[in-house]
Design a protein around this ligand. Structure first.
Ligand SMILES: Cc1cc2nc3c(=O)[nH]c(=O)nc-3n(C[C@H](O)[C@H](O)[C@H](O)COP(=O)(O)O)c2cc1C
Length: 222
């Protein structure tokens, strides 16, 4: 692994505020080309991606915002977990509280928290949103492959100066997204990834999530 790649892994983080500059087809082609080299179970390469930008993106965002504001029932293709083991629950709480704190939003400020949540459905103002799909008949190993692909996609983007934020939130409206994008219902929508050039100084990009140290997740036997 080159130092450049190591640096890219170390410096990537979720970006939630973007400059308006568009991501050209040429840049997205480069990002997709790099991610196409991802490993997959017996080289099945289950990934499919749809990039939405310009007026199309605004139209889709309007549909999703309307659904979210109306609290339309969530029907994701990949069900959301209902609970996590205590240590993970704690990390998730710490992340939520840390972000709110950086943004100056009180836990009791329901309106502020709702506004923050709704930003998901505007793709955090990114100039484009990338939707990641796979064939619906595929199983867990393919989801594993999709994760590898998605990580490569966002790392390649980061190396080209393009920020991103993986989103599960918007996938609660998978059906409506597929209808809008003319994607058959049998496909599974895994995530949406807003992409664009980071607005570095925006307070939405200030919070840094805490990471476990290797000695917390690695054992060494010899
Ligand atoms: C599968 C998945 C779903 C996520 N969904 C959302 C989301 O809906 N909205 C959001 O703002 N961030 C979302 N994130 C970003 C995580 O909150 C973020 O990766 C985590 O807090 C670690 O921060 P980092 O990416 O800056 O290292 C998601 C990340 C993953 C991997």
């Amino acid at each position: 692994m080159s130092v450049e790649t190591l640096e890219s892994i170390k410096t990537r983080r979720s970006i939630r505020a973007f400059r308006p500059d568009p991501i050209t087809k040429d840049i997205m082609q480069k990002i997709a080309q790099a991610a196409s080299n991802s490993p997959s179970f017996i080289n099945t390469q289950p990934w499919e991606m749809v990039v939405v930008s310009g007026k199309k993106k605004d139209e889709l965002s309007e549909i999703l915002l309307k659904l979210a504001k109306a609290n339309a029932p969530a029907k994701p293709d990949i069900p959301a977990p209902t609970s996590f083991p205590p240590q993970m629950e704690e990390r998730s709480r710490e992340y939520g509280a840390g972000r709110l704190n950086t943004l100056g939003i009180e836990r009791s400020d329901e309106e502020g928290r709702e506004k923050l949540k709704l930003m998901n459905f505007e793709f955090y103002g990114a100039p484009c949103a990338v939707f990641i799909f796979m064939e619906g008949s595929l199983g867990e190993w393919s989801i594993f492959d999709m994760g590898l692909f998605t990580q490569n996609l966002i790392l390649a983007a980061h190396m080209l100066g393009v920020g991103s934020c993986i989103q599960a939130s918007v996938t609660i409206y998978a059906k409506e997204i597929k209808e809008f994008l003319n994607i058959t219902e049998d496909k599974k929508l895994l995530v949406c990834i807003p992409m664009g050039y980071p607005e570095e100084k925006d307070k939405l990009n200030v919070y840094r999530s805490l990471k476990k140290k290797p000695d917390e997740f690695m054992r060494w036997y010899e």
